[in-house]
Write a protein that binds this ligand. Structure first.
Ligand code: ADP
Ligand code: ASP
Ligand code: MG
Length: 413
């Protein structure tokens, strides 16, 4: 007998028929003798609709109340999935994140799981009951409801799999696995049979929303065997696993584009020691993630500092930038939210050179200007104009030989 965690994303529980299909899959795993924990997302576009609803009331909703609101989407799903399992004649019980002791920090709308008290789940599993847990949510130390950031149900699932030492965690979604690029944007993207934790971690944090990046951090740390697969068929999905030596032969495994960032420039900052520390201390204090940073050469003792922040934090980040401008005696703050970050990822980059050069060449041939560049051991990212993002993605995908050869296999979306 094993312990299996199954996670169903929004599309996989979008309507009653799909909920029944999910219930059948859950029951199959249970019938095979396993203990089963199920994590469910909000149905279809529910979370987006809830966010729109809040913005009909105010353009600056409190993040605590946003969490209270958004968490309801998952609560509806878990109850319906439990009912669908009951209708098939099997025992199931649904829980909110708080009820199963998923405790997070207090950063509303982007909370991180601190610990999970698994007792209640364990007790139900031991009674041979299927446990259905609302994804994406937890409670903080003061019992305020928190959410884990968009796409956070994956993290709930993997964190539960880690803490419960599950034998497997299956992520059921609306594509057949992880592809060399988002198959909606690159129809000739290829499905990968395996991918390393590090590669999918980079891809996920660089815009491949197929997995929540925090979930991969958990999976890697606790060695969770993770598979991404379709909830609509039984085809094998993509196994996310530890890196094997031969994986390095493949230079680039995937490409991704993200339109989630905005760029801020503080102009003419006096170029003296300690300025960068002051700027980024002010930003970090507000828990705003800065990704790329560049400082241009100083002219007459002053330099421009440019950095990217999540678009969702732009308003707050601009307030901070204005404060910094005043404090440091800089000239002005400008911003651009119409940027995209295009990235190529592959552990093979560690042992092969020329990847950056090839990427820059492709963008040059496409007449696309590179605004910022950042690299790590296994990725290269370029900030470009958002208007060119999808064209650039396809060009880079082709240039790195990732296109599917048999065109008839093209994914229909
Ligand atoms: P769920 O609701 O099941 O969590 P998501 O919408 O969060 O589903 O994630 C699945 C989507 O991720 C796919 O429909 C696909 O468009 C997108 N996606 C982005 N990059 C990739 C990739 N490299 N491989 C597969 N899917 C990707
Ligand atoms: N429902 C949440 C969202 O739409 C969480 C998730 O789907 O994983 O972001
Ligand atoms: Mg998702």
């Amino acid at each position: 007998m094993g312990l299996i965690v199954q996670k169903f994303g929004g599309t996989s529980v979008a309507n009653s028929e799909r909920i029944r299909t999910a219930a059948k899959r859950i029951v199959e795993a249970y019938e095979a003798g396993n203990q089963v924990i199920v994590v469910v997302s909000a149905r279809g576009q529910t979370t987006d609709e809830l966010i729109d609803l809040a913005h009909e009331i105010t353009d600056k909703p409190s993040t605590r109340e946003m969490d209270m609101l958004m968490s309801t989407g998952e609560q509806i799903s878990v109850a319906l999935v439990a009912m669908a399992i009951h209708a098939l004649g099997y025992p199931a019980v649904s829980f909110t994140g708080g009820q199963v002791g998923i405790v997070t920090d207090s950063y509303h709308t982007k909370a991180r799981i601190r610990n999970i008290n698994a007792q209640r789940i364990r007790k139900e599993l031991d009674n041979r009951t299927i446990v259905i847990v609302a994804g994406f949510q937890g409670i903080d130390a003061n019992e305020n409801i928190t959410t884990l950031g968009r796409g956070g149900s994956d993290t709930t699932a993997v964190a539960l799999a880690a803490i419960m030492k599950a034998d497997r965690c299956d992520i059921f979604t609306d594509v057949e696995g992880i592809y060399t690029a988002d198959p909606r944007k690159v129809p000739y993207a290829r499905k990968l049979s395996t991918i390393s934790y590090d590669e999918i971690l980079e891809l996920a944090s660089l815009g491949a929303q197929v997995m929540h990046s925090r979930s991969i951090e958990f999976a890697k740390k606790y060695n969770v065997t993770l598979q991404v697969r379709s909830s609509f068929n039984d085809k094998e999905g993509t196994l996310i696993c530890k890196e094997a030596k031969e994986m390095e032969d493949i230079v680039v495994s995937g490409v991704a584009v993200s339109k989630d960032d905005a760029k801020i420039t503080i102009r003419a900052v006096p170029d003296v020691p300690g300025q960068a520390a002051k700027i980024f201390h002010e930003i970090a204090k507000r828990n705003i993630n800065v990704d790329m940073i560049i400082q241009n050469a100083s002219i007459e003792g002053r330099a421009d500092v440019t950095y990217t922040v999540p678009r969702s934090d732009l308003r707050e980040a601009l307030n901070v930038a204005e404060k910094i401008k005043k404090d440091l005696g800089a000239n002005e703050v400008i911003h651009d939210s119409k940027i995209a970050k295009l990235s190529v990822v592959g552990i093979g980059m560690r042992s092969h050179c020329g990847v950056a050069e090839k990427m820059f060449r492709v963008l040059a041939d496409e007449k696309i200007n590179i605004q910022m560049i950042s690299t790590s051991e296994i990725k290269i990212s370029c900030v470009i104009d958002e208007a060119h993002a999808d064209r650039a993605l396809r060009a880079v995908h082709t240039a790195f030989g990732l296109d599917k050869v048999e065109k008839e296999e093209v994914v229909k979306v």
